[in-house]
Every structure is written in structure tokens, then in C-alpha cells.
Ligand binder design. Structure first.
Ligand SMILES: Nc1ncnc2c1ncn2[C@@H]1O[C@H](COP(=O)(O)OP(=O)(O)OP(=O)(O)O)[C@@H](O)[C@H]1O
Ligand code: SF4
Ligand SMILES: [Mg+2]
Length: 320
């Protein structure tokens, strides 16, 4: 499968400090490379603050990268001008954890669903029919078109957020923790809806979550992030090679007692992005850490010489 999105050596630093203090640099995303095939579902997983949302905003060109390149459908999108970026937004969309964080709370559902057309200066063929079609697509009654956000449940709001993201028929949808604030049963319904829409509309997903169990269920391939870097890339069914991925997996719920092993507790502090350590950022929490780990940054490398599955880990002492 050819790649819809290819990211190479992507990095983003944020400047901090004030006028009289030494200017400091926060390393939010460092040297990230990956690709997403047409029609694929790639997951990004990691603890809070590891850079998932920053990476999403970079990929969508909502913020500029400090370095690296982003190719979307064969086109380098790093240097696009304003008008070109606006046209690109028709083809790549973001779904947030809280869909109404990006929608004016005074908007009705109808206003929210028609806004993407206004922003893109595209007249919807028939406003009411377009809104009804979008609501039906996400399993909502067209009667909800006149509702306001406070009249909707969390699941209904997220369905509106998804309908709005799909209004212009994008190819790539970046889903940033789309179910994190929902009850488990509603979460399952939204995941089912996303799966159906992907198949029906031929969508490609970049799915962000802190829940490795959910990512393994929903995605074909997984990128594991730690302190702004990808520490492992693996097919969703593969055994982890990186101790951090293993620890994340062990801290997710595993109903089958035969599979509960290698229990590693994720304790200890994550180093700061203001002052990343010279070696492996996971060393302070890793039971396998050696002096080599503390002093030398491990590069992503194929696991056990396995190039067929594409599994790679950045670890001096991988588990497999
Ligand atoms: N504009 C900014 N200026 C300075 N630091 C920033 C900025 N945006 C993000 N950061 C920092 O970059 C780091 C990564 O943030 P990001 O929101 O990408 O993490 P995340 O993995 O999405 O976390 P969460 O799971 O909590 O959503 C955080 O420590 C955050 O404070
Ligand atoms: S490089 Fe060393 S400290 Fe880092 S994850 Fe691997 S074994 Fe642990
Ligand atoms: Mg985030």
C-alpha cells in the first residue's frame, strides 16, 4: 500500500523563559519519522505530555515544525502558503476529545455542521439536506439539527464532532483521544462508528490515545511515544520489544490470567522536555537500564533483524 502521509525527522521545540532569564527550549517532539498507508489505521500511544497532540498539530500543519518534512499524498506540505493550506484542510481533519472545544457554544448542530463549508468558502449543495445526511451518517436523528450543545449527551456531541470533521470528505482523519471522556459503553459505540465510517468512506486514520489496549484493538500499526520520541513501532498484535511498551501493556486491563506476566509497574518520574537526558529517557524507570542506556541515546532499529514486520525499537537491551 502506498503512503498517504509520510513524516521524516519531524521536530518541534517551544521557546520558554523571559526577558531577563536565559532563554530555554522545550523539546516537545524530536526526530519523528513514520508513514501512514492509504486506508490504514495507525495508532499513537504514550502517557500524558509525551507529545501526541503536538505531533497531531504538526502533521495537520496547525503549527509549523522546527525541522523535518511532511508529505501528504506525495506533496511536501511544509512550505505551503495560506490559501494552499486552507485547501489542504479539506483533505485532512482533526477530531478532538472535546468536540465542542473548537465549536462556538452558541452554534446549533446545524451551524456547527455547515461551518466547514463557510470556512472553505464552499456552498453546501442544499444546507438542510446536507445537515440531515451528515447526522444520519453518524447515527443521529436529523431532528437534532436545531439542538444546542448543552442539550446533547457526550456521545451525541462526539458524533456531531465526527460528522463535522467528515463534512468535506477528507482522506486523512486525525483522532486525538476521541473517546477519552466517554463512558465505556459509549466509547465502544463511537469506536464501532469510526470503524464503519472508515470502511464505507475509505478513510485513513491517525488515532491518538493513552490507552494501549484500545489502540491494539483498533489500529493496524502502533507508534509508542516517550518524551517526544518514538520508542517503538510495531504491528498491533506483536509482542513488545521495548520495556516501556511492555510496561504500558501490563498496566492495561488483561482479562486472561495466562497473559498476565512480566508485571512491570510504571513508577518514577518522566524526565523534563526542558532538559532531556543524554541517553534513553526511560532509563530512570526501566528495570533493565545500564550505564550504556544512561549515556547513549538508543536509535530505532529493526527488532531481532526482523525487517518483514517493520517492528522497530529504540532500546539497547530489547525484550525480543
Ligand atoms: N505552545 C507550547 N509551549 C510550550 N510547551 C508546550 C506547548 N504546547 C505543548 N507544550 C508541551 O509539550 C509537551 C507535549 O504536549 P502534548 O499536548 O503534545 O502532549 P500529549 O501527549 O498530547 O498529552 P495528553 O495525553 O495530556 O494530551 C507538554 O509538556 C506540553 O506542556
Ligand atoms: S535503552 Fe536501556 S533504559 Fe532504555 S528502555 Fe532499553 S533497556 Fe531500558
Ligand atoms: Mg494530547
Amino acid at each position: 500500500m502506498s503512503a498517504l502521509l509520510t513524516v521524516t525527522g519531524l521536530g518541534r521545540r517551544f521557546a520558554g523563559g523571559g526577558l531577563f532569564r536565559r532563554r530555554r527550549v522545550f523539546h516537545a517532539v524530536s526526530d519523528v519519522s513514520f508513514s501512514v498507508p492509504h486506508g490504514g489505521v495507525v495508532g499513537i500511544v504514550g502517557e500524558s505530555g509525551c507529545g501526541k497532540s503536538t505531533l497531531a498539530r504538526l502533521v495537520l500543519r496547525l503549527i509549523p515544525p522546527s525541522e523535518g518534512s511532511i508529505r501528504f499524498d506525495g506533496q511536501d506540505i511544509r512550505g505551503l502558503k495560506r490559501g494552499e493550506l486552507r485547501r489542504l484542510r479539506r483533505r485532512m481533519q482533526l477530531v478532538f476529545q472535546d468536540p465542542y472545544s473548537s465549536i462556538d457554544p452558541r452554534y446549533s448542530v446545524r451551524d456547527a455542521l455547515l461551518e466547514p463549508f463557510r470556512v472553505q468558502r464552499l456552498p453546501p449543495a442544499e444546507g438542510d439536506a446536507t445537515v440531515a445526511g451528515l447526522l444520519e451518517m453518524v447515527g443521529l436523528s436529523p431532528a437534532l439539527a436545531r439542538a444546542y450543545p448543552h442539550q446533547l449527551s457526550g456521545g451525541q456531541k462526539q458524533r456531531v464532532g465526527i460528522a463535522r470533521a467528515l463534512a468535506l470528505r477528507p482522506s486523512l482523519v486525525v483522532l486525538d483521544e476521541p473517546t477519552a471522556s466517554l463512558d465505556v459503553s459509549v466509547q465502544a459505540q463511537i469506536i464501532g462508528l469510526l470503524d464503519r465510517l472508515r470502511r464505507e468512506l475509505g478513510l485513513t486514520y491517525l488515532f491518538i490515545s493513552h490507552d494501549l489496549g484500545l489502540v491494539r484493538y483498533f489500529c493496524d500499526r502502533i507508534l509508542v511515544m516517550y518524551l517526544g520520541r518514538i520508542v517503538e513501532m510495531l504491528p498491533s498484535g506483536a509482542e513488545p520489544a521495548h520495556p516501556y511498551t511492555r510496561a504500558l501493556l501490563d498496566s492495561t486491563f488483561e482479562p486472561d490470567p495466562r497473559r498476565r506476566r512480566h508485571i512491570t509497574r510504571l513508577s518514577g518520574e518522566i524526565p523534563s522536555g526542558w532538559d532531556p537526558p543524554p541517553g534513553c529517557a526511560f532509563a530512570a524507570r526501566c528495570p533493565r537500564a545500564t550505564d550504556l542506556c544512561r549515556h547513549t541515546l538508543p536509535a530505532l532499529a529493526p527488532v531481532s533483524g526482523d525487517t518483514a514486520s517493520g517492528q522497530q525499537a529504540a532500546c539497547h537491551h530489547p525484550l525480543i
